[in-house]
Write a protein that binds this ligand. Sequence first.
Ligand SMILES: *[C@@H]1O[C@H](CO)[C@@H](O)[C@H](O)[C@H]1NC(C)=O
Ligand SMILES: *[C@@H]1O[C@H](CO)[C@@H](O)[C@H](O)[C@H]1NC(C)=O
Ligand SMILES: [Cu+2]
Ligand SMILES: [Zn+2]
Length: 178
Amino acid sequence: MKTLATLLAVAATALAQHGLHSTCELAPDAEGGPDGVSGTLDFLQKTERDPVHVTGAVYGLTPGKHGFHIHSAGVVGADCSSAGGHFNPDGFDHGAPTSDFRHVGDLGNIDADLNGTAVVDIMDTTISLYDLERNITGRAVVVHALEDDLGLGGDEGSLATGNAGARVACCTITERGF
Ligand SMILES: *[C@@H]1O[C@H](CO)[C@@H](O)[C@H](O)[C@H]1NC(C)=O
Ligand SMILES: *[C@@H]1O[C@H](CO)[C@@H](O)[C@H](O)[C@H]1NC(C)=O
Ligand SMILES: [Cu+2]
Ligand SMILES: [Zn+2]
């Protein structure tokens, strides 16, 4: 027969295997975001050593690519400018998700179909839900009006923000259970 301690240890292991889960409910920017942009994003990380799996969908976008980043601060109200700049604890230039040197928040682009729906399914090893330096919980997701040029635009804007234009929607990433 199992002792209480064993049962508790088993329960703790089962819990630990779930890892961490955070979520974000997008809302249009209060100043000039197009009406009707919405979406839910989920962030799952099994252990500290695993990538973060970002899944969800964004609705109401113009068809085509839209810059998709983690910005450094949580959003106040629906004012996407309150999210600050790209989350960049390393002090690198803006880049592609696959770049060795990038902002931690550089998740590239999401791609909206003709109905304005972008399905999100990203695995990223640079952001984290655990790490002290790279934990994105409490920070913001920002979706932009334009395509992120991934730092290849050949100008200053490219190395700062990818020239992704206005912020159309944003949300604060919050911790949640399973
Ligand atoms: C857009 O939505 C319509 C109606 O729901 C659907 O029939 C069509 O396949 C969708 N188009 C795309 C590109 O997803
Ligand atoms: C990540 O940061 C948030 C906000 O600062 C904090 O609430 C949370 O506990 C942190 N998570 C971990 C695992 O350190
Ligand atoms: Cu951004
Ligand atoms: Zn960036």
